[in-house]
Write a protein of this length. Structure first.
Length: 318
C-alpha cells in the first residue's frame, strides 16, 4: 500500500487498516478534507469502486449525528451520502468513522470555478433544496432534536445559533466599532423562522456528478432550525469568494431560480447574515491575534454606507 498525505499519515494508515477489513488490499489513501473530521478517498488494488471514509478529527459527535441522520434523510428525499459501514461494524474499538461509496470527486467549488455549463443545473438544484429542506425533513428532525441518540449534539448546535451574537472579542481590540456594530445589528429584523437548515451550505460541502445530481455533506456539524436565508447567504458567499461568481453570474442566478423570489424581509435577512459573517471573522481573527484591518474595514463600510451587500441583495427581491 502506498499512502500519500503530508498532513496526517497516521490517519491515512488507520483508514487503510479499516477499509482493508471490509474490502481487501488498499492501493492508496488520498486525503480530501481535514477540519472537524478527516475525510479521505480510498483506492483499492482490486477492481473495487473507490470509497470515501470520514474519520473523527476532533468532533466525534458530528459523525455520530450523521450516522443517525443520513439514512432517514435519504429516505425523505434529501441528497446525502449513503453509509455502508461505521465503527459499530468494526471488530475493535476505534474512533467513530463512516465508509461511503464515492458519490463524486467533484465539489461544486471546482465545478463552478472551471466554468462548466453543468454547474448551472447543480446550482439550481441547490436553490430548490435549501428552500424545500424543511418540508422534506423538518418534522422528523424536530423529533430527533428531543428524542434522538444525538440530541445533545443537536441541542448544542441550536443553542449556539440562538445565542446573541458575541462581539466581545472585537470589543477587546476596537471598543467603538464593537458598540457601533451591536447597535446596527439591533436595527435588523433578526430572522426568527424555525425551519431546517444545513448551517454550512457552501460549495465545499456540495458534490455534483456528471448527471448534475448533487450530494450534500457535513450535516452533522451545523444542522439546526433557523432561516433558509442563512443557507442561501453562505452558498452565494462561497460562489463569490471561492468561485469568483458574482450576483450576475449564471450560477448565482440559477440558485435564485431554484429557491424562487425573495421577499423584502428575506433580502434584509441576507444583509443581516453578511454582517454576522464579518463579525464572526473579526472574532476569530481577534482570538488568534491576527490583523483585523481588512475585516474592520468591511464592517465599517457596511455600517456607514448602509450597505446593500456584496451581491446587492435588493436586486433579487420579488
Amino acid at each position: 500500500m502506498q499512502t500519500r498525505n503530508p498532513h496526517n499519515p497516521e490517519r491515512d494508515r488507520k483508514i487503510a487498516e479499516i477499509t482493508e477489513y471490509f474490502f481487501g488490499p488498499v492501493a492508496r489513501v488520498s486525503k480530501c478534507h481535514s477540519q472537524t473530521n478527516y475525510c479521505a478517498i480510498v483506492m483499492f488494488e482490486q477492481a473495487i469502486p473507490q470509497r470515501l471514509v470520514k474519520l473523527t478529527n476532533y468532533n466525534p459527535h458530528a459523525i455520530e449525528a450523521e450516522i443517525e441522520l443520513y439514512p432517514r434523510m435519504a429516505e425523505a428525499g434529501v441528497p446525502v451520502p449513503k453509509i455502508e459501514f461505521t465503527h459499530r461494524d468494526y471488530p475493535s474499538v476505534t474512533d467513530p468513522f463512516m465508509i461511503m461509496p464515492l458519490f463524486s470527486g467533484a465539489k461544486l467549488t471546482a465545478v463552478c470555478s472551471q466554468d462548466v455549463p453543468d454547474a448551472v443545473a447543480a446550482c439550481q438544484s441547490c436553490g430548490r433544496l435549501l428552500r424545500n429542506l424543511d418540508t422534506l425533513f423538518g418534522t422528523e428532525f424536530r423529533e430527533l432534536q428531543t428524542t434522538g441518540q444525538s440530541k445533545e449534539q443537536f441541542t448544542a448546535i441550536q443553542e449556539g445559533l440562538d445565542a446573541p451574537l458575541d462581539v466581545s472579542c472585537l470589543k477587546q481590540v476596537d471598543r467603538r466599532l464593537a458598540c457601533s456594530t451591536a447597535e446596527y445589528l439591533d436595527e435588523f429584523r433578526v430572522p426568527i423562522e424555525r425551519q431546517l437548515t444545513h448551517g454550512q451550505f457552501h460549495t465545499e460541502n456540495i458534490l455534483t456528478d456528471e448527471e448534475n445530481r448533487i450530494c450534500v455533506v457535513d450535516f452533522g456539524e451545523s444542522i439546526a432550525l433557523s432561516s433558509p436565508t442563512r443557507d442561501l447567504f453562505y452558498l452565494l458567499w462561497s460562489l463569490q469568494i471561492w468561485c469568483q461568481r458574482d450576483g450576475n453570474s449564471p450560477e448565482a442566478r440559477a440558485v435564485f431560480d431554484g429557491c424562487g423570489p425573495l421577499s423584502d424581509e428575506e433580502v434584509d435577512q441576507l444583509r443581516y447574515w453578511e454582517l454576522v459573517s464579518y463579525v464572526n471573522q473579526a472574532n476569530e481573527a481577534a482570538k488568534r491575534s491576527e490583523d483585523l484591518s481588512v475585516v474592520k474595514a468591511k464592517i465599517l463600510e457596511f455600517i456607514r454606507a448602509d450597505s446593500k451587500g456584496f451581491m446587492d441583495w435588493s436586486s433579487f427581491a420579488s
